[in-house]
Design a protein around this ligand. Structure first.
Ligand code: VG1
Ligand code: CO
Length: 542
């Protein structure tokens, strides 16, 4: 039976860079989830009788949230739900299901790389029919609706069994509980040369894929070990846990330091990789080398034609604004378009749909292509494997060859996490106020050429997104970017992105932090980071 339940609004349900993210106790407030889900449904049109995909990264509160959404979807008139067994489905796999099954949309339950558990983070994101995150027009409509919501609709049937693959019916709505890995694994088999990768493993090539107890565990196990014949033990930490084993499922040099230490040791495998909570990020390591995500985007783009799915070449490469310009150089050489979008995958959707870009990437360890409309961690790992198999080179050799051809964009990101919100906003507003006075000023040997507050004009739908980060360009192509994170759940996080281009063959193998030391100092000085935050150093360096 459908119930209409009166409710009162929460005023803080604005989706950020990637959906609504809050601490679990906030989501557990009375009607908090219900309000947000009803606000999503109320902001959509034409879904009656249509299908919705639901999947999550398995974190704490995932099953509870799914049970609520199932009952609300039935009460609001959806015709069918497709749900991953145990409520699990990686973000790129949800995107694939939406596209493959031509559903109306999907709901992803994840706070990505943020920790999980009763006091940690949770998140809800709506994806549209192209498989990608809802664009700002929709997320803003959801937020507006959430501020005025006064009732929600829900069925009162008992909880469904998420643990069994089955097709059932509840409240007049069909529900399919499916294997979340199968369709995704099939897509990967279409894109990549599995025979070549199988041969590579047969020849003794060894890798480690660390799922960090998050959603890619079952995917890594099935694809790498079962389908590609990598030895058992290649997939590590492959059992998804509600608290990710107490760690941050964030594949970077801080939270996956054990992998970095492994490749720097004499026990290094040929290749090591990791993915994040919801499976859309990647970490790429080779023997003795870490590939920055910005470089990985450029290197994958330059070599993608070696994989069957991209043998016809690329239409264009898109990167988020703070991502290094390394991929622009590849696009220029290939004679294809290059695009610069604001942070967050939702801005790539239009370029992919319009066939303007084939590969997209972000400095935050996200890379993907037009095969889905989300970034895709395992996809990046498989494309690397495909390239290594075909070229017969090591990861380091691929990187060195790339830098010789294109020069190297030294790149780092410094995060100041959980800064007081007022202090972070003051830093940004003071910085914005002095933008016009910066050009012409010198910091050490670097002279500011121009500075601006990045606004994006979408070339497809002509929408404009302003205030997407402060950019300071120096003569010679170096750059510093400042922006506030849109995914944090505690205070504010200031991100500082620093980049220097180096073409001198004698300077291609420097330590990144040393190569960027002058610019790092300049960033501190220009923004008054210490004065505003009281911090001497960043909380995380990637
Ligand atoms: C961060 C990253 C951004 C990424 C977003 C979601 O956003 O910088 O590049 O798209 O997380 O990734 P922000 O606003 O905190 O800088 V995920 O893997 O959290 O879905
Ligand atoms: Co993620």
């Amino acid at each position: 039976m459908i119930k209409t339940v009166p409710t009162t609004p929460y005023m803080d349900q604005r989706p950020g860079t990637s959906g609504l993210r809050k601490k679990v106790p906030e989501f557990q407030q009375p009607n908090y989830v219900q309000n947000f889900i009803q606000s999503i449904f109320d902001s959509l049109e034409g879904y009656k009788g249509k299908t919705l995909v639901i999947g999550g990264d398995g974190r704490y509160f995932n099953p509870e949230a799914i049970q609520i959404i199932v009952k609300m979807a039935a009460a609001n008139g959806f015709g069918k739900l497709i749900i991953g067994k145990d409520g699990i489905c990686s973000t790129p796999a949800v995107s694939n299901l939406i596209r493959k099954k031509k559903t109306f949309g999907g709901i992803i339950l994840s706070a990505s790389h943020n920790p999980g558990g009763p006091k940690e983070d949770f998140g809800i994101k709506y994806n549209i029919g192209n498989g990608g995150p809802a664009p700002e027009k929709i997320t803003e409509a959801i937020f507006a609706r959430s501020k005025g919501i006064d009732r929600y609709r829900i069925e009162d049937f008992p909880d469904i069994d998420l643990g069994k693959i089955a097709a059932i019916e509840r409240g007049g709505m069909a529900i399919e509980i499916i294997d979340p890995v199968k369709d995704y694994a099939e897509l990967m088999e279409e894109l990549f040369d599995f025979d070549a990768i199988r041969k590579l493993f047969k020849s003794g090539f060894r890798m480690v894929f660390d799922s960090m107890h998050a959603v890619t565990g079952p995917y890594g196990k099935e694809i790498l070990e079962n389908r590609l014949g990598a030895p058992e033990g290649t997939a590590r930490n492959f059992r998804p846990l509600p608290d990710f084993g107490g760690h941050h499922p964030d594949p970077n040099l801080v939270h996956a330091k054990h992998l970095y230490d492994l490749v720097m040791s004499d026990k290094s495998p040929d290749f090591a990789a990791a993915s994040d909570g919801d499976g859309d990020r990647n970490l790429i390591l080779g023997r003795g080398i870490f590939i920055t995500p910005s470089d990985s985007l450029a290197m994958l783009s330059a070599n993608a034609h070696l994989a069957p799915g991209y043998k016809g070449g690329l239409k264009g490469i898109a990167r988020s604004m703070p991502t290094s310009a390394a991929s622009d150089r590849v696009a220029a050489k290939l004679g294809i378009g290059s695009y610069e979008t604001p942070t967050g995958w939702k801005f790539f959707g239009n370029l992919l749909d319009a066939g303007m870009a084939t590969i997209c990437g972000e400095e935050s360890a996200g890379t993907g292509s037009n095969h889905v409309r989300e970034k895709d961690g395992l996809w990046a790992v498989l494309l690397w494997l495909n390239i290594l198999a075909v070229r017969g080179l090591s990861v380091r050799e691929v990187a060195e060859d790339h830098w010789k051809t294109y020069g190297r964009n030294y790149y780092t990101r410094h995060d100041y996490e959980a800064v007081k919100s007022d202090a972070a906003h003051k830093l940004m507003s003071e910085l914005t106020a002095k933008l016009s006075s910066l050009p012409g000023q010198s910091f050490g040997k670097d002279k500011v050429e121009k500075a601006d507050d990045f606004a994006y004009h979408d070339p497809v739908d002509h929408s404009v997104s302003e205030h997407q980060g402060i950019r300071i360009f120096f003569e010679g192509g170096s750059r510093i970017v400042f922006r506030l994170s849109g995914t944090g759940t505690e205070g504010a996080t200031i991100r500082v992105y620093i980049e220097r281009y180096e073409a001198d063959p004698a300077r291609l193998d420097l330590d990144t932090q040393k190569a960027l030391a002058d610019l790092i100092a300049a960033a501190g000085k220009i923004a008054g980071i210490k004065a505003h935050t009281g911090r001497d150093r960043p909380s995380v360096i990637t």
